[in-house]
Design a binder for this molecule. Structure first.
Ligand SMILES: Nc1ncnc2c1ncn2[C@@H]1O[C@H](COP(=O)(O)OP(=O)(O)OP(=O)(O)O)[C@@H](O)[C@H]1O
Length: 271
């Protein structure tokens, strides 16, 4: 289980993520939504320590990730595969090699990167990479250069590369922001497939609430770094959506705040 405890990140006077606490059971797919600047990327990047927290902790199965250093930190980063908005494939390399590159995060020793660059992957690794491409409908493109693929296909290759890394968690930062609706749908289905078939925990930053509704088990709404909604898609009604995205600032907590309908079971609307 992934746990965030009072996770906070400040940049100067800006508090990008403000005391976020939550627990994500293994195999859950969480959509993190919020306006631009709400803190989604910063939150995600603290999970694998690409951004260091100012305060608070990240725990995995009770182990304090925030305290990891050196080899242990590198191992944790290998456990967390990242998917980026811009795919980050090596455009001039073929698709299969791009997927195999995911394996390098699991190699150790001074020659680890070099053997990968020389194409020295084992037959087993190649078979696994091809199997992944096949699962995601990309086997026929295995020997094409990455740059010849559509954005949606490239992002699905990036998902295969992530799975090649054998992660425990997938951190997807706006994975569909550069894609048209059809490609976006294919990528979200691929992420869901990875989540369901392998029981992977997925945290996925999204701008479009409808996409989060359609594909995620749970939605986390961030506003100015704070969690203002945490619950299943069915609990995200218009009022709660307004709390995340609306122009009106969230009401101050306390009896003077506007009357609220009771939250459905399993939903938390945090004011
Ligand atoms: N490296 C940084 N230095 C200074 N401020 C930063 C840095 N990274 C993020 N911020 C600030 O932290 C806040 C949250 O940014 P973040 O990128 O996490 O939001 P976001 O919800 O992911 O936004 P977007 O949807 O636009 O990507 C913003 O005010 C941003 O300007």
């Amino acid at each position: 289980m992934l746990e965030l405890q009072g996770l906070t990140r400040r940049f100067g006077t800006v508090t990008a993520v403000d005391a976020v606490s939550l627990a994500v059971p293994d195999g859950q797919m969480v959509g993190i939504v919020g306006r631009s600047g709400a803190g989604k990327s910063t939150l995600l990047r603290m999970v694998n320590r690409l951004t260091e927290p100012s305060a608070g902790r990240v725990l995995w199965d009770g182990r304090d990730i925030t305290a990891l250093r050196g080899r242990a930190l590198r191992d944790w980063r290998a456990d967390c595969a990242m998917i980026f908005q811009q795919f980050n494939l090596v455009q001039r390399l073929d698709v299969l090699t791009n997927v195999l590159i995911g394996r390098l995060n699991r190699r150790r020793g001074p020659l680890a990167g070099l053997t990968g660059l020389l194409g020295l992957f084992t037959a087993e690794e190649r078979a696994r990479a091809l199997g992944l491409l096949d699962r995601f409908g990309l086997a026929e493109a295995a020997l094409q250069r990455a740059e010849t693929l559509s954005g949606g296909q490239q992002q699905r290759v990036a998902i295969c590369r992530a799975l090649m890394q054998e992660p425990k968690v997938i951190l997807a930062d706006e994975p569909i922001a550069s894609l048209d609706p059809a490609n976006a749908e294919a990528v979200m289905q691929a992420l869901r497939q990875a989540n369901r078939e392998q029981g992977l925990t997925v945290l996925c930053n999204l701008h479009q609430i409808e996409v989060a509704r359609a594909h995620c088990d749970r939605i986390l709404g961030l506003r100015q770094g704070r969690v203002v909604f945490d619950g299943p898609p069915a609990a995200l009604d218009a009022e709660r959506e307004e709390a995340i995205f609306g122009d009106t600032a969230p009401a101050a907590p306390g009896p003077s705040g506007p009357a609220r309908a009771p939250a459905p079971p399993g939903a938390a609307l945090v004011r």
